[in-house]
Structure formats: C-alpha cells, structure tokens
Design a protein around this ligand. Structure first.
Ligand code: TMP
Length: 211
C-alpha cells in the first residue's frame, strides 16, 4: 500500500476556559506522541492564518465591530475551511491534537445570549472528535493565573457564562481533567487518554457533529 497508512488517526480536542493550560498541554502531548513514533500534528482554532482567521483575529483584538451572529459564523467557517484537510490527514493515519473546536464555538457564542441550537446548527457535519479532553478550572482560578490578556473575551463574568455552556455540551466523548493538579500530573492523564483513543478509534469510522 505504499505510503498509505491503513490505520486512521484520532481527532483529539482539548477544551477549557481561557488560561486553563490547554495550549501548553497540547504541545506537550504532541511531543510525547512524536516521541512514540506516531504521526501527529498540532492544530488550533481559530486558525488565524487564513483570511477568515485574520478577520477573527482583528475582532478579538477589538479592532473590528461585528455582530454576534456574524462572528459565530466566521469561527464556524474557519473550521469548515479546514474540514477536508482534516479528513485527509485523519484518513492517512495522522492524529490531530486540536486546541479548541466547536465546543468553544458554541459555548462562547451562547454565552453572549445566542440560542444554543442556532449556534450548533452550522457546526453540523464537521468531523466529530474521538476524544475531548476538558481541562476543568474555575473561572476565578483561571483569572488568577497571571491575569488575562487584552483580548475581548478574557473577563471573569464572561468566562463564568462560558463555563455554564461548556457544562451543557458535555457528551460521552468528554473526559474531564482537573487543570489545577500539578502540570506533570495533568500531562500524564492526557497522555493515557490520548493513547487509549488512538488505539480505540481504529475500529470506528469517522463521524459527524452533533450526533
Ligand atoms: P485562542 O485564545 O485559543 O486563540 O482563542 C481565542 C478566543 O476565541 C478565545 O477566547 C475563545 C474564542 N473562540 C470562540 O469564541 N469561538 C470559537 O469557535 C473558537 C475556536 C474560539
């Protein structure tokens, strides 16, 4: 079969409030899996390297005014524009470690007051993750971690609201990890969950959100 790998890769998503440690944990996980000789790539949403991503980035930096529905659809379109590449990578045996995905998309927009079903609808048909690691931290604790940056959503009251909506979205692919444990311990738990998922996804076809 030449280069083609007949085992598919796993779609592994890390989610959580701003400052929960996702980005650090994503890169540690990628290094760990690479060290095991696995084919793995680090992804993130928003992907700020596309035209749509540029619009999102400018909005987050408070550089542009857009209404909530428009922003929601931009975040969503930013996932859609990556969907076919994502599918190709997974089918070719590459595991993707993704920093945020549709759960951020729905939770952040619903926290602004948009209807949750309306928020979910355009995410329909994106690839469903095999594993979602939710790094749990209280909004108060997250805000104490070196403080928030200057982006639009990094405010305590808003993050509280996001946390509520994450709760509503939890499904059977979620594994909750306590983000306040020592980082090495968080790292170890995520490694185990990821290895398990990479093993078990091989018997499962790719599926779609939100079924
Ligand atoms: P980042 O800090 O991970 O780059 O994400 C930027 C912000 O965008 C973060 O506050 C979460 C938010 N966000 C959404 O509102 N909707 C989405 O679909 C995604 C992926 C992120």
């Amino acid at each position: 079969k030449g280069e083609h790998n007949d085992k598919r890769g796993a779609l592994i998503v890390l989610e959580g409030l701003d400052r929960c440690g996702k980005t650090t944990q994503c890169s540690r996980l990628v290094s760990f899996l690479e060290g095991r000789g696995l084919s793995v790539e680090s992804w993130r949403f928003p992907d700020r390297n596309t035209d749509i991503g540029g619009m999102i980035s400018s909005y987050l930096a408070n550089g542009s005014k857009l209404d909530d529905q428009t922003v929601h659809l931009l975040f969503c379109a930013n996932r859609w524009e990556k969907r076919s590449l994502m599918e190709n990578k997974l089918r070719n045996g590459t595991t993707l470690i993704v920093d945020r995905y549709s759960y951020s998309g729905v939770s952040f927009s619903a926290a602004k007051g948009l209807d949750i079903q309306w928020c979910k609808a355009p995410e329909n048909g994106l690839i469903a993750p095999d594993l979602v690691v939710f790094l749990e931290i209280s909004p108060e604790e997250a805000s104490r971690r070196g403080g928030y940056g200057t982006e639009r959503y990094e405010q305590l009251e808003f993050q509280r609201n996001v946390a509520k909506h994450y709760q509503i979205l939890q499904d059977s692919t979620w594994k909750v990890v306590d983000a306040c444990l020592p980082p090495e311990s968080v790292e170890k738990q995520i490694q185990e969950l990821a290895l398990e998922s990479i093993q078990s996804c091989q018997n499962k076809p790719l599926s779609a959100l939100w079924h």
